[in-house]
Design a protein around this ligand. Structure first.
Ligand code: EPZ
Length: 419
């Protein structure tokens, strides 16, 4: 699987209809949460991604029963018999830190090897660790092994985050949902995926209020039971398909998406000159006109412009008329896709957290390799709108977050194949 490539023949307008997959960044924390819920949990619209399979391997290793078919994941955690996740399983996906809160919530202890660092730069977990300590866990963090113990169980408390970290907010919710007493998170992350996690846990018997706002209140309960939950649609996958349409001056209809989830980036596509029509559960995009540059796209925590959409929107703006400017405020090293875009003919200068894109008439196909999940998707978006053939290697990054990427693009008329 490692040496697979995507081969894209650019210059074909995308048209047609695409259904959006379930959200990776909602399914991963919810799968982790399911190990805390007695009985059976059924997750529908669960995206078939390598990160989903990695999650199943972790749950199985911990003694849970896990079955994934079609887009339905069934978890029975009653056989949970371990609180340790070894290096190889932790390494498989970046978000495995979420098992800290889930295991502490489920059995009051966890032992994870946390490699830290990833394609986007260091992935510190200081906020995660200090929150667990505040809730009564003792934390030992040495040689990349993190051991948390809360032999008297976790207790609620008030936690103010210095930054609205998505993963930290999720880990606190998981640790707090069965803790003794009330936990208040101040300056919590407001991403929609956190709302979906709270919705799932409340269906399992949890008492979580305020998810999606900056203050979240969790009242601990004795136990949680399994439930059936439909994973929310993936707003970043939607942004990716809109970018692919814009990059090829195409015209597509996206179904199965709650357009409210896309408010943070739809306006950017409209500023580019795309016609975007939103109607019940669908987004229709017509990008037939030459696109215009967009000045100052600043990535911010939700509801600001999402950092996960930065690379894919940049790929579209490479051919827009005029100068576009990005400011990447969330991750230290999230311009790694720029070299590949420049190799395809883009005119981009990166100065610290600012990237200045000077629109060019054309991009040209080239041999590039995916640097990370959204960077790889950006190369595909650029390749679809380039002249000639683009070959993208290291596409395992893309498979972590996109279900059947090439068949979705091909279904809209893109000339793309996996070799
Ligand atoms: C989640 O990552 C997403 N991953 C990311 O999506 C997304 O880009 C990010 O949120 C921001 O929206 C999942 O949901 C699985 P953070 P997470 O904690 O939780 C710093 C994708 O492409 N920080 O909000 O890791 C951190 O270094 C992925 O789908 C600390 O300093 O994001 C980063 O600079 C990529 N200390 C910033 O906060 C901490 O203890 C944002 O991190 C925790 C985080």
């Amino acid at each position: 699987m490692q040496n697979q490539k995507l081969v894209i023949e650019g210059g074909h307008k995308l048209s047609g209809e695409v259904r959006v997959q379930g959200a990776k960044n909602s399914s991963l924390p919810i799968i982790a949460a399911s190990l805390m819920c007695q009985g059976e949990t059924v997750l529908k619209n669960c995206p078939a991604l390598s990160d989903t399979y990695a999650s199943c391997r972790i749950l199985t290793h911990l003694g849970c029963e896990c079955r994934f078919s079609g887009n339905t994941l069934t978890v029975k955690p009653d056989g949970l018999n371990s609180y340790e996740i070894p290096d190889d399983l932790m390494h498989e996906m970046r978000s495995s830190i979420i098992y800290m809160g889930a295991l502490l919530g489920a059995c009051g202890k966890c032992c994870l090897s946390f490699p830290g660092g990833c394609e986007l730069g260091p992935r510190p977990i200081d906020m995660h660790l200090s929150a667990m300590k505040k809730m009564g866990a003792s934390v030992k963090d040495e040689f990349g092994i993190i051991e948390c113990m809360a032999d008297k169980g976790l207790h609620g408390t008030k936690i103010t985050l210095r930054y609205p970290s998505v993963g930290t907010t999720e880990n606190i919710i998981l640790a707090a949902v069965k803790a003794k007493g009330e936990t208040i998170i101040v300056n919590a992350a407001r991403e929609p995926e956190i709302v979906d996690l709270a919705l799932f846990l409340n269906k399992c018997g949890g008492k979580i209020k305020g998810a999606g706002n900056s203050t979240v209140v969790i009242e601990g309960v004795e136990k949680l039971h399994g439930c059936m939950h439909y994973i929310m649609p993936d707003r970043i996958a939607a942004a990716t398909y809109i970018s692919a349409a814009a990059s090829t001056n195409g015209e597509i209809n996206i179904i199965g998406i709650d357009s409210n989830l896309c408010d943070s980036f739809i306006s950017v596509f409209e500023q580019m000159g795309c016609n975007v029509y939103i109607y019940d559960g669908c987004i229709y995009v017509n990008a037939k006109k030459t696109l215009k540059s967009v000045n100052k796209i600043i990535t911010m925590p939700h509801p600001g412009f999402p950092t996960d959409a930065q690379a894919i929107v940049m790929a579209v703006l490479c051919k827009a008329e005029g100068n576009s400017i990005f400011e990447e405020n969330i991750f230290e090293n999230r311009y790694r896709h720029v070299d590949a875009l420049v190799k395809m003919g883009a005119d981009i200068k990166v100065i610290g957290k600012v990237a200045v894109i000077n629109g060019v008439k054309k991009l040209y196909g080239a041999k590039v390799s995916a640097t990370d999940l959204r960077g790889g998707a950006a190369m595909a978006v650029a390749g679809l709108g380039a002249e000639g053939t683009t070959e993208i290697s290291d596409i395992s990054h893309i498979d972590r977050g996109y279900e059947n990427f090439e068949s979705v693009i091909a279904s809209m008329g893109g000339k793309i194949k996996r070799i």
